[in-house]
Design a protein around this ligand. Structure first.
Ligand code: GCU
Length: 422
């Protein structure tokens, strides 16, 4: 066989394998969910029963966390603090006077590489510290509200190049207003801190740019198998923003609520697991690799997510494609890593790709650790009816409708935060 034919043959087998993985039938009916056994939350890998918060903190929590870090999301291969903060703007009377708007650039430098993270901050217009929601946005800071003073990627409209205008206009000023209940947030006494997740690591299967590149050893081009994928990089970004929030006089850094939708909901959970400075963590429609139990294989499966988004998780996680039972963890254990802090899992009734029932069961299966801390998790056996929130230390709701973030969701999150901060 000539070399060319052999090469074509191998390439064909490879493409067929990829295709086969992508087309493994999606489970859409509850009756097709395979039977599965979840790994025990409160038994250590060495078989020890975890019956005190101390044993959880000293033994079980670190081993679960380390497993997620090495096998699922990937380890951050070093440390890097922000180099300096460039204040781009500070407007005391934004949003008709009720808010302070501050825009800053966090700048990170290593060797000859640097990254800047442009943040948009709205705070209630008062002289005392405010609790805040911290959240990534998908489409740029200027997409969260039609306030014309919001900088686009840290720049004024007049400073943008032609290419940038094309790129950023596509997403549109105020184009995602419906997902950001800024008025409700400010009126309830909270601030909002947001940044486009692409500013930390562009969401594409390319590890030459973004924050990863600042951490490479000489000659390294992509993360090692147990090192961070993009979700872990985004989670790292949230912690670095937290470092900055701790220095801000008008932000109550003891009351930072981390929020994320979808892939950014997965990010919020992993960031909350890594960094206990976040006092409440909210995952909205996070699904596979977020709140949903992987072993149910309902909707999006591990193999789907690793095939379609090969850069999100550590390469090690690909070993579990079509092999979820081999994982020593499932996603209820990720939720449990928030304990005893309040955590909120939200699903949407038409979002079957994210497996609403799997998200509920996961929140429920995380609840024993809350009980161990003397707090209430999810006691109810069955998925609650739509728009009937449960607000214990573990929160859950199934909103009527599709994969999205709506005013209903925000109303619940504000109520939940009020309840826990009072
Ligand atoms: C895709 C992906 C999900 C993800 C979602 C999103 O649907 O399969 O895992 O949550 O995108 O982030 O919007």
């Amino acid at each position: 066989m000539s070399k060319k034919i052999l090469f074509n043959f191998i390439a064909l087998v490879f493409v067929c394998q990829l295709y086969a993985q992508k087309t493994t039938p999606t489970i859409k009916n509850e009756t097709d969910v395979p039977s599965y056994k979840l790994p025990h939350l409160l038994t250590s890998m060495g078989g020890e029963e975890i019956d005190t918060p101390l044993k959880w903190d000293r033994l079980r929590r670190p081993e679960i966390h380390s497993y997620f870090a090495n096998q699922v999301y990937g380890v951050v291969p070093g440390q890097l603090d922000f180099n300096n903060v460039e204040v781009l703007e500070n407007e005391p009377a934004a949003l008709g006077g009720k808010a302070i708007r501050k825009q800053v650039n966090l700048i990170f430098k290593k060797g000859n590489k640097s990254i800047s993270m442009p943040l948009l901050i709205y705070l209630p217009n008062k002289k005392t510290k405010s609790p805040v929601f911290l959240a990534y946005n998908f489409k740029g800071n200027h997409s969260v509200n039609d306030d014309p003073a919001i900088l686009i990627n840290g720049k004024k409209q007049s400073e943008l190049s032609r290419d940038e205008i094309k790129k950023f206009n596509k997403n549109g000023r105020g184009g995602r207003t419906s997902r950001w209940a800024i008025d409700k947030i400010i009126d309830a006494g909270y601030g909002l801190v947001t940044i486009n997740y692409n500013n930390v690591d562009p969401d594409k299967n390319d590890f030459s740019d973004g924050i990863h590149a600042l951490f490479y050893k000489p000659g390294q081009k992509s993360p090692a198998k147990k090192e961070w994928g993009s979700l872990s990089a985004w989670a790292w970004g949230m912690s670095r923003i937290m470092d900055f929030l701790e220095t801000e006089a008008l932000i109550d850094h003891q009351k930072v609520v981390l929020f994320g939708h979808s892939r950014l909901g997965k990010t919020a959970l992993w960031a909350g697991a890594n960094d206990q400075r976040f006092s409440i963590v909210i995952s909205n429609n996070s699904g596979c690799g977020g709140a949903a139990l992987s072993r149910r294989r309902f909707g999006e499966k591990v193999s789907d997510i690793n095939t379609n988004y090969p850069h999100w998780f550590a390469k090690n996680f690909h070993n579990f494609n079509e092999n979820e039972a081999a994982l020593a963890v499932d996603q209820h254990m990720l939720i449990a890593l928030m304990a005893p802090r309040p955590v909120y899992i939200a699903s949407a009734s038409q979002d079957s790709w994210a497996d609403p029932k799997g998200e509920f069961l996961s929140a429920k299966a995380a609840s024993p650790i809350y009980r161990l801390f003397g707090k209430k998790g999810i006691e109810m056996e069955k998925l609650p009816s739509v728009n009937t929130p449960i607000h214990e230390t573990v929160g859950y709701h199934l909103r009527k409708g599709k994969h999205d973030v709506t005013d209903f969701d925000w109303e619940q999150y504000i109520k939940f935060a009020n309840q826990h901060f009072q």
